[in-house]
Design a protein around this ligand. Sequence first.
Ligand SMILES: N[C@@H](CCC(=O)N[C@@H](CS)C(=O)NCC(=O)O)C(=O)O
Length: 218
Amino acid sequence: MAEETYKLIYFDLKARAEPARAMFFMAGQKFEDVRILFQDWGKLKTQTPLGFLPILETSKGALSQTSAINYYLANKLGFLPEDEYEKAQSNSISLTITDLGNHLLEHILLSELYKLRPSPNDIEEKKKTVREKLIQTQSFVETFCKNGNKFIFGDKVTVSDIELFTLWTFISPIYPLAEFKNAWLEEFMDNMKADPKFAEYLAQQSPDIVDRLLQKGV
Ligand SMILES: N[C@@H](CCC(=O)N[C@@H](CS)C(=O)NCC(=O)O)C(=O)O
């Protein structure tokens, strides 16, 4: 049977597509990394099933929704926990991380970090809500990680670890804004950076639009 082929379509952003890219790299699986330019998006948007990206095109068909894409790849490439109940927990973590990302984008990232919107009048209130959400999500994920384990479901990196690491890296510039720090999370992030394959993946990452925007201090 012919080997399945993969084309990941997104923007020149780590954001929602980076866990998929990390899994491809770590599994040594070839894929096409298509990065749509914002100026071309207007005409392409109408050709997508839901009007947003990422989309994963496979030889079986196209998949939309980040969590579904990540689950499919995790299953194919060996980044799911073994146990059925843990697989469901992994999905629960994935959706929670997506919710957090959306919440942060809407309430703080767009106005306070990327300056793409004016800062709202109730920004202090928003920062408080964001901080509570960060603490809630982190505590929720931490409950899955049993004492002494390096990663969420044991000593092997799974898709949940990659999703958590990726989101936290993406939002880390807001730590001073949200005054958030957590010992478990810091240790988890260090464990991820110390994993040889994940470290190899981090070393070959190149800056995206957000990295360039933040370096310029825009
Ligand atoms: N629920 C979707 C949301 C995807 C989404 O909002 N994608 C953004 C980029 S991060 C997008 O395509 N924005 C362009 C647009 O909405 O026109 C998912 O989780 O994949």
